[in-house]
Design a protein around this ligand. Structure first.
Ligand SMILES: CC(C)(COP(=O)(O)OP(=O)(O)OC[C@H]1O[C@@H](n2cnc3c(N)ncnc32)[C@H](O)[C@@H]1OP(=O)(O)O)[C@@H](O)C(=O)NCCC(=O)NCCS
Length: 323
């Protein structure tokens, strides 16, 4: 069976920077946001759609892999904010990249979407069905944010991408643990616009097309399930935290990341974060931090790297990668 490795990465965020001071008008402050969430600023799209961001990140990843769009057999986009409810954002991206040989679909797992998409891509590579799969995490949460509310501080827009390719060398994705628990479905949700409550003038008036989040439940769940998942994955693969070069996590809040590091007994310097510049870009966080770490020369052959994510659903998981 071939291995599946990361052959290229890319990322893209809108140029428009929104700093914390902007949120004074909704009763928040730079001091509170930075102390509790670790955010200084975020990028907010001005009319660019999710597929616009996704295709720019995707093209960069394809170039970095030394491939062309025609070499890609599958495009998976992890997003909770597709351009339209139908068709998939991945089909928009396929058209924009002119990836004429690629089948394309989205995966919906909100903040765990990139990890779930990566694990799906890896299965297609390991079975020998495809040689090069483009995985993109992309979101424009600015389009589902009520900008008059205080929880508008949490999210930013962006996209990150990776090409996953076949190899016979001893490198690539070692293992995954993925989980879902639908009992958590109300703690982060968009109430209207689906089959349960189709969009109506009433749903718009009551702002049910914006996200609704229970921050305390997110915190409580994240710091419980992620450390357990990471430790189970390491145990399953006879690894210890000391064997790990770094953790590339989803970026929900600096408080959550610090608590996770404390629970798994990992020095916080090994936990990669860019929350200060991007906030939480949902499906895009892991591919963006992966791309930044690679560009900063962060990996050596043989390095063991962990990925971990948690998101709405609940959904969560972890992956072990050998560079
Ligand atoms: C959001 C979070 C920091 C709030 O912490 P908490 O202690 O649970 O929150 P509380 O609601 O009890 O609020 C604590 C204080 O912060 C204040 N506060 C909450 N949100 C605020 C905001 N956006 N701006 C300013 N102050 C805020 C509250 O008013 C309260 O102040 P008080 O003590 O003077 O009354 C924490 O729950 C968290 O990190 N959750 C995870 C959320 C997340 O990661 N979401 C994204 C992924 S889906």
């Amino acid at each position: 069976m071939p291995n599946a490795f990361i052959s290229g990465t890319g990322s893209f965020a809108p140029a428009n920077v929104v700093k914390n001071d902007f949120f004074q008008k909704v009763g928040s402050s730079d001091e509170w946001i930075y102390k509790n969430l670790g955010i200084k600023e975020r990028r907010i799209s001005k009319g660019q759609t999710t597929s616009d961001l996704a295709s720019k990140a995707g093209q960069e990843a394809i170039n970095n892999a030394g491939l062309t769009a025609e070499d890609i057999s599958l495009i998976i986009v992890a997003t909770a904010t597709p351009d339209r409810l139908a068709p998939s954002c991945a089909c928009f991206v396929q058209e924009k990249l002119k990836a004429i040989n690629a089948v394309a679909f989205d995966i919906s797992a909100v903040c765990s979407g990139a990890l779930f998409s990566i694990s799906t891509a890896v299965q297609f590579i390991k079975t020998g069905m495809y040689k090069h799969v483009l995985v993109i995490g992309a979101d424009t949460f600015s389009t589902i944010t009520d900008w008059t509310r205080r929880d508008s501080v949490f999210f930013g827009d962006g996209a990150g991408a990776l090409v996953i390719s076949e190899t016979n060398e001893d490198k690539g994705f070692v293992d995954f643990l993925l989980h879902s628990d639908g009992r958590g479905k109300d703690h982060f949700t968009i109430m209207a616009g689906g089959s349960e409550e189709p969009s109506s003038s009433e749903s718009i008036k009551s702002k049910k097309h914006f996200f609704k989040m229970n921050g305390q439940e997110v915190f409580k769940t994240a710091v419980e399930v992620v450390p357990t998942c990471i430790m189970n994955l390491l145990h399953k693969n006879n690894c210890k935290i000391d064997d790990i070069k770094c953790l590339l996590p989803h970026q929900p809040s600096i408080g959550i990341l610090k608590k996770i590091a404390e629970k798994i007994e990992m020095p916080f310097e090994k936990v990669k974060t860019n929350m200060d510049r991007y906030a939480n870009t949902s499906g895009a966080t892991i591919p963006i931090i992966l791309d930044e770490t690679r560009k900063n020369g962060g990996f050596e052959p043989g390095d063991l790297v962990l990925f971990a994510a948690v998101g709405a659903g609940w959904t969560w998981g972890s992956a072990l990668y050998k560079w």
